[in-house]
Ligand binder design. Sequence first.
Ligand code: ISL
Length: 534
Amino acid sequence: MTEPFLWWRDGIIYQIYPRSFADTDSDGLGDIPGITARLDYLADLGVDAIWLSPIYPSPDVDFGYDVSDYTAIDPRFGSLDDFDRMVQEAHQRGIRIVLDLVLNHTSDQHPWFKASRSSRDNPYRDWYLWVAPKPGGGRPNNWQSIFGGPGWEFDPETGEYYFHMFAKEQPDLNWRNPAVRQAVLDVVRFWLDHGTDGFRLDVFNVYFKHADLLDNPFAIGLRGFDRQRHIYDIDQPEMMPFLAELRSLLDSCPERYMVGETFTGGYQNAVRYTGADRLHAAFNFSFTQARWNPAKFLREIQSWDRALGKDNWPNYVLSNHDLPRAATRFAKDGNDERLKVAAVLMLTLRGTPFLYYGEEIGMRDISLRRDQILDPPGKRYWPFFKGRDGCRSPMQWDPGPNAGFTTGQPWLPVHPGYPSRNVANQQKDPGSLLNFYRALIRLRRSHSALTRGDFRPLPMGSAPVLAYVRSVPGQSILVALNFSAQAQTIHIDKEANRPDWEMYLSSRQDSPASLQAGCLTLGPDEACLLGNRM
Ligand code: ISL
């Protein structure tokens, strides 16, 4: 019996960076009514869920990842009523809502922290990591902030240090305090009650710190943070019982989901945190680091698959709000053909694809002058690291002013290429990346081989091609991806012996790959799917 469609396993999750998606009140920031207004676009594209980067009140030191109230909507994004309406409208279209939970730290403007820092005997004091200076006045230990410098900030008013893994305006919560854990579970319950279908847990494996606050040992690395082995400030065992508690809360409602952002560490770490009493998934960021080389992609696919085993479901990410976009990395020349190859890869592997807004039209990063940089690590590490603003520019909807994103002044510049690269133009062009995505997603939805099917790579020798077969009983799909700008002929004798392969979709509409006597000849940068209904 075929299993029924399960949105987070068989579907596609689309990440929206809300302040850059669609602005309806001309303040230059995207908002929730803007997302609601674009749900038809998303339904037509064929996504099954949207993950929203934080929409809670925030002083924006880290653009929403510094939360000052977990159970409200930032008024610049709208109201709780707007949120409820968005959830309802999304659900009517079969689109689920995934919220970003940033629970390792709050904003320093959160009432919890304001109370906590007000005096040493405030009842909230123990909600954060406050430690007295060492005898002689030094910091409690050598822990570093990822955004640069020591992780300890001295508070002259109360004479103690507090810890912050990110900016000093993002104090870390004290997860060993049961009151904190209870408050967090109440937050989760609040959003479940508002119809939220899933959560993305920001840097969840950083929540707990070693109780004795021991110094991390030395490691070789570039930035201060990388010059330590993070054995005492990351991945503490106390996380497991909490994940189990969180999971049972989610499982008390049907079809809820949580995906964690494992901070540092590869598949070994992801495996540890995934399972029936843990997360549904931990992000696989390996494609965000891979070079344009089919062997490298295949190695990552197989390593993750093998490590996750039968019981856990893989996922794939090409871009997000912290990293240069896939289009910027893989298609520097402005040509979208490679992006079609990347799209087919993402949407035909065994695993949940996460798409980042604008990926479907091939949006590239913007480049900013130093005085335009807003992102804290970008400001600190310029010119070695120019920050993460580049991949957060406004969605390019149409060729009108500000790409149709806002009638006000956009909070970040719109990419200068928007008059040609935008949704409206690509909707009209049958050969566009957007229309290719739509066709591909439709094909994926109507073929369970592409979601639930086995994954069997075909041996390619040294050819710059990745080819594999996905199959369920009665249905096979052969995917072939040419990673080079030259035509490639590959031998797929064993597969090709079947008589009735037919071309389902090719990224080269005009001259799709041809299959003759067991040889498939792919055009330059071609991605194609052949189907077989035996
Ligand atoms: O982008 C990074 C450094 O410049 C990463 O190290 C990033 O900080 C890390 O992946 C954690 O990311 C998440 O938590 C951060 C927030 O700034 C990111 O936007 C978020 O994705 C703190 O909440």
